[in-house]
Design a protein around this ligand. Sequence first.
Ligand SMILES: [Ca+2]
Ligand SMILES: [Ca+2]
Ligand SMILES: [Ca+2]
Length: 435
Amino acid sequence: MKKILFVGITALAMASCTHDDYAPVSKQEQYQAVFEKEFGAVNPNVNWGFTPQQVFTFDKDGKLIGTRAANPNSNQWADYVTVPTKLTDAQKEVVRKWFQNNPNPKGLEVNWSDFFVEQVYKGGKKTEGSKTLETYDILKEDDTPTGSKVTGSNQMDWLFCGSKKDHVNNFNGADGDIMYMYDSSTDCFGFHESYGQKYYDDSYVLISGDQIDPSVAGMYFVGFDYKMQKYDNGNIEVRPDEYYSDWIVRIAPALSAPGKAMRVMVEDIIDSNLTSVTSSDWDFNDAVFDVRFENVNNQNYAVITLHAAGGTKYLTIGGEGDKGVEVHKALCVEQSTMVNTVKDQGVTRPVAIFRIPVAANVNNANDIPVYVGSQILEAKKGKATQKFCVPTDVRWMQERKQVRKTYNEFKDYVRDDAPKDWYKTVKGDKNDFRY
Ligand SMILES: [Ca+2]
Ligand SMILES: [Ca+2]
Ligand SMILES: [Ca+2]
């Protein structure tokens, strides 16, 4: 009975709605009106910068891709991603000392599918001035020492990333050089312990270089604390000592190389009350992400590097709701938190990098769907747009700054479809931008 009653009320409410005096106007039509009020009438030829992009195709047999997730062909990485400058010895020293003198540090999370791993330090090599010797007593089951000691790093092998345990090629024996990981994960890091023959993904910490020293600011480091358990032969173990210096690596997000990706800037105003929009509501920073296309083993991907989330709405890339990636979640913050759009305040987070499988013919960033709730955000030729596409060196707006006043020629572009490179001429000062 209750269910029937409920349906009846809903039907009544909908019926009364369609009989309202004001004619039904779609959200897109309302948006067109407020957009043109701000930026003027839209030239029918404007395509908002979206064009077909290069698709990087990788050989199935591994000319470019050696093994799943790890790409050992270092000379080719730079064709599509920016390879980080290697650490200097001085930088490695400063990181080593920090990990050796800060017990039980509080770590952070990052969310990258594509990244570099670079060796920093193998434990036990240099322990002067260190609070840990990186050697350990082997304990019996009752916690009394067996009298034997072990250098932890000598038993740490097979560095892996993510819960799928992707091996970082050539990172063994707590040593390595540099490796590019793709379609992998930073949701955990671990090693194989060769004494007790077990994998450990619960004995690492991820630290921002900002916390360590200005010489390594903006970088990220993963440190491991050695542990071991061996039950099948006399029940022995090594307890971690809370110094994560037994193996230290740097991880760096794999940003697309210049010219190899395009940047999309998104405006979510359409999901607001469109009767009360003001000039400073137009910031086109509610999501800012770069798109690069790859074909790996005959599957096409859009590789997304998410730089900013300058809104507080549920905004997804790649699909609606659970079918897409929610931007705040990707950046490891609550939906109410704006990320990387307010200088010197608010929340600053490392980028998020993730892959979206796409159909074989998809090579235009405009075909990567973006939703606010269930509302798709469109960029249609000659229509008011909710996103535009620019080169990856174009800076995005801070919150509450006016697009119209900052990008000097944007209004000209809307009206005339020229200049196409309107984003190069800015009238606003540098404080209008996040970067
Ligand atoms: Ca340790
Ligand atoms: Ca906005
Ligand atoms: Ca915003």
